[in-house]
Design a protein around this ligand. Structure first.
Ligand code: NAD
Length: 353
């Protein structure tokens, strides 16, 4: 997979284009799903990804292959940590908006591979901010994570509460992304919106996440690992709901307060064009209920191995979704049993099992 579908050579008249959009991490689960949703709506979409091997590269290539026929989407293979490549990308395409989803994801992997997180999530995020700042991007929407809430936040997790106790390096880099974005919103007036996603699942989902691992193991008759002896819960959020939230919030450009002035400075940080939202289902599901729903969808029982809590992990997540609803009129829709059923159907079809 190299670069394909160079939009700068497309015969579409400039007047026909609604917006020129960059999606980083387009070979990833959420980036791919977003590109597919936005294709065919009059936008020019440029996707970038470095196709790293954190998980099965053939799945990333298969996602891109699904998009290759869309003449409003092009793909450029590059690494966000490369300052020169990122500067050239922004110089060349002059994006109106950016949805920045590329990152080194995963909590457990960050224990053994800390540098991957600094390169992709901190240096990469800085390069995105710089590109947006220097090329007049009118809205940067980027992925944060429910992991920024750490262990001891009040439930449901609200963006109004301050969170500053991340318990993994992954979470720390996501919190740092919010802080860096705030700085660029404040100093340069760059409108930024951070999205705290809550455990995203669904067709084309990630092989390193529980639903994929559990489904695979159950189908292969192998045991599944249950952390914290099953005393965990997650606010599982179906991919279509995540994508709908992103699409709607892309249109909600944060506005600066009248009093906002970077030269004077203000103790009230909400005055810069900066916003943070949760995108979660808003109803946590216990791990054992989650396993039972997979057993039903697969039609086989799971063999469970009970293990202690893993370092860096949090026992529960629970999104307060009122701000998303107040601003967009949208509330995530898909119940977990239905979402799991759709995932398992996709899994069987994709793997031919
Ligand atoms: P993903 O791993 O499937 O997608 C991320 C993509 O970014 C991958 O294709 C990877 O190759 C690419 N990438 C990584 N480092 C890169 C670099 N330096 N340069 C270019 N490309 C690079 O993950 P996802 O589930 O689609 O997650 C998307 C975003 O949402 C990430 O920022 C992730 O941290 C965040 N997020 C995801 C979840 C979830 O449950 N899936 C939850 C919270 C936050």
């Amino acid at each position: 997979v190299g670069a394909w579908g160079d939009i700068s050579n497309n015969a579409v008249e400039a007047g026909d284009i609604i917006m020129k959009l960059l999606i980083t991490g387009m070979a990833g689960f959420i980036g791919y799903s977003l590109a597919r949703r936005l294709s065919g709506q009059g936008h020019h979409i440029v996707g970038v990804d470095n196709l790293n091997d954190y998980y099965d590269v053939s799945l990333k290539e298969a996602r891109l292959a699904q998009l290759a026929g869309c003449d409003d989407i092009s793909f450029v293979k590059l690494d966000l940590a490369s300052r020169d490549d990122m500067a050239s990308l922004f110089e060349r395409y002059r994006f109106d908006r950016v949805v920045h989803l590329a990152a080194q994801a995963g909590v457990r992997y960050s224990l053994d591979n800390p540098h991957a997180y600094v390169d992709a999530n901190l240096v990469g995020h800085l390069n995105v901010l710089e590109g947006c700042r220097h090329h007049g991007v009118d809205h940067l929407v980027y992925a944060s994570s429910s992991s920024v809430y750490g262990m001891n936040s009040r439930t449901p997790f609200s963006t109004h509460d301050s969170v500053d106790h991340p318990v993994s390096l992954y979470a720390a880099t996501k919190k740092a992304n919010e802080l860096m974005s705030h700085t660029y919103s404040h100093l340069y007036g760059l409108p930024t919106t951070g999205l705290r996603f809550f455990t995203v699942y669904g067709p084309w989902g990630r092989p390193d996440m529980a639903l994929f691992k559990f489904t695979k193991a159950i189908l292969e008759g192998k045991p599944i690992e249950i952390y914290n002896h099953g005393d965990m819960s997650r606010d599982f959020t179906y991919i279509d709901d995540i994508v709908e939230g992103i699409v709607r919030l892309l249109e909600v450009i944060p506005q600066p307060d009248d009093a906002w002035d970077p030269a004077v400075g203000t103790p009230d940080s909400s005055r810069a064009p900066y916003a943070i939202y949760n995108i979660g289902h808003g109803s946590p599901v216990g791990l054992m209920d989650f396993v039972r729903a997979i057993e039903v969808a697969v039609g086989r029982p799971a063999e469970c191995q009970y293990l202690p809590m893993q370092p860096g992990d949090v026992p529960r997540t629970y999104a307060d979704t009122r701000a998303l609803f107040d601003v967009t009129g949208f509330a995530p829709q898909v119940r977990v049993e239905e979402g799991i059923r759709r995932f398992v159907a996709w899994y069987r079809d994709y793997h031919g099992v």
